[in-house]
Ligand binder design. Sequence first.
Ligand SMILES: [Zn+2]
Length: 149
Amino acid sequence: MISDNKAKKLDEISVAFGFRNMQTCAQIIAVLGKESLKPSDLTSWMEKKITDIKSVLTEKNIEITKQLREIKFHSRKCPDCGENLNITPVNSSKRDQVGEGYRSAWQCVDMINCGYEEYSTKIVEEEISNHSAELAQLYKRARNANKRR
Ligand SMILES: [Zn+2]
C-alpha cells in the first residue's frame, strides 16, 4: 500500500506528465529492474545519447559549411582575370562599412594583381541564388543547421 502523502505527490507529478506517461514510466522502471539497471543508468544513457546526437549534428554542419564554401568559391569567375570570385556581406557590421546601401560584394581572390570588385544591393543569399540554384539551396541548409545549434 502507498501512503496518502506519497500518493498525493504522485498525483501532482501525474498532472504534469499525464497518466499515460506515468504508466510508461512505471513499465520502464519494471524493465530496468529486471535488467539490473538503476534509474541513474537511464539518466547517464540519456546524457550520452544527447551528446552523440549533438556531435553528429555538428559534423553535418561542418560538412555543409565545407560544401558551401567550396561551391560559393567556384560559383563565379572574375571577368577581368578569370580567377574565382568570393562574395562577402557588406554594411552588415561595424567592420564592413562601405556605405551607399550595398549589401554584398564580389571580390576577385587575386587582390594583389587584379583587385576586381563588384558591389550589389542584394544580400549574399540573393546574389548567390542568381548564380547557382544548387548553391542557394545549400546556403539555406547551412543556415538552418546553424540555427539548430
Ligand atoms: Zn580578377
